[in-house]
Design a protein around this ligand. Structure first.
Ligand SMILES: O=C(O)C(=O)C[C@]1(C(=O)O)C=C[C@@H](O)C=C1
Length: 313
């Protein structure tokens, strides 16, 4: 199974907040993204992000999307509310689970985990623990903590959780969908951007007016410049029913002329929040169509400059 990670070499001696407690998948992603750094667990994504916003931590590692269950709503809302944060790196981890119980424990009436984890082992639970009621926990490792405390009978966890909690392994290597993956972000307060690599992801949140054709017009700003869209999600604004924010990821880096051109086009149409430009964990290079490369944008700008100077027409 493919594992792709990218580290940020400039992140030396910083404190990294992560969505914990110890033994989450997010902790493994944080170790891959910031090797050797001092990691501090936070109980929720929102608290990990708040630690960065208020300066208690220099960066936070949080889950953003899973290949089976989709986006992590707490992360999207946490990045679009409050002070801006930007993603500087991402990691993609393969996801398989272990089921942990108290050693010698009796009947398994409840099985707890993060809702994304429960969704990824639903069929396995129906086939193997049909009498256990699934219960949502704040994270996979929080479920293990709750099993240790006797609140639930079994936890669906990251396989490493067994190293952190005095529990027994009922099963391991579980996943209804083989090759499941989760993508994680390392986010910081706005500042220096990671350098462009040619295989980058740029992320924005667009708050557009609710009128005919708005979303099509936003996307056309990318399509007209042959910029490849790689993710589109909508989240309700929450205080006004039927209004949405659009989370748009596309290939390229904000320092590229073609991306600058697209962002200025988008910004004219709606309010934007920039969520970062950073290397893609899968290292897939950006698709560049003939006539839509950075040099084409620079050449076009040079021609306009010459027209303005009166040296060309
Ligand atoms: O609870 C954890 O261990 C997490 O890191 C969160 C999370 C998620 O948000 O999707 C991460 C990976 C798995 O898909 C299940 C749970």
């Amino acid at each position: 199974m493919k594992t792709a990670t990218r580290a940020v070499s400039s992140l030396t001696s910083v404190r990294i907040a992560y969505f914990g407690p110890q033994g989450t998948f997010t902790e493994q992603a944080a170790r891959a993204l910031a090797p050797g750094e001092d990691l501090t667990p936070f109980e929720t994504v929102r608290l990990a992000l708040a630690a960065v916003r208020d300066g208690a931590a220099d960066a936070a590692c949080i889950p953003i999307e899973n290949s089976v269950e989709g986006v992590v709503p707490a992360t999207l809302d946490g990045l679009s509310d409050d002070a801006p944060l930007v993603a500087v790196a991402e990691a993609i981890l393969p996801i398989q689970f272990s089921v942990l119980t108290r050693p010698g424990g009796g009947d398994l009436r409840t099985v707890a985990s993060h809702p994304h984890a429960l969704a990824q082992v639903r069929e396995w639970l129906e086939a193997n623990l049909p009498d256990a009621t699934p219960v949502a926990a704040s994270s996979t490792a929080a479920a293990a903590v709750a099993v240790v405390a006797g609140e639930f009978d079994a936890a669906v966890c990251a396989p490493v959780a067994i190293e952190h909690y005095p529990l027994a392994e009922l099963a391991t290597g579980i996943a209804d969908v083989g090759e499941a993956q989760t993508r994680f972000l390392l986010v910081r307060r706005p500042g220096e951007l990671p350098a462009p690599t040619g295989a980058d992801r740029t992320s924005i949140v667009a708050a557009a007016e609710n009128r005919t054709g708005t979303l099509a017009q936003l996307l056309s700003e990318l399509a007209n410049r042959a910029i490849n869209l790689i993710r589109l999600d909508a989240r309700p604004v929450r205080d006004s029913f039927g209004e949405y924010r659009f989370f748009i990821d596309f290939e390229g880096h904000v320092t590229e002329p073609r991306i600058v051109d697209a962002l200025t086009g988008l910004r004219r149409r709606c309010h934007l929040r920039f969520l970062g430009s950073h290397p893609r964990a899968d290292r897939l290079p950006a698709t560049i169509e003939a006539g839509a490369g950075n040099q084409d944008f620079l050449d076009a700008q040079s021609w306009v400059d010459a027209v303005l100077k009166g040296t060309d027409a």
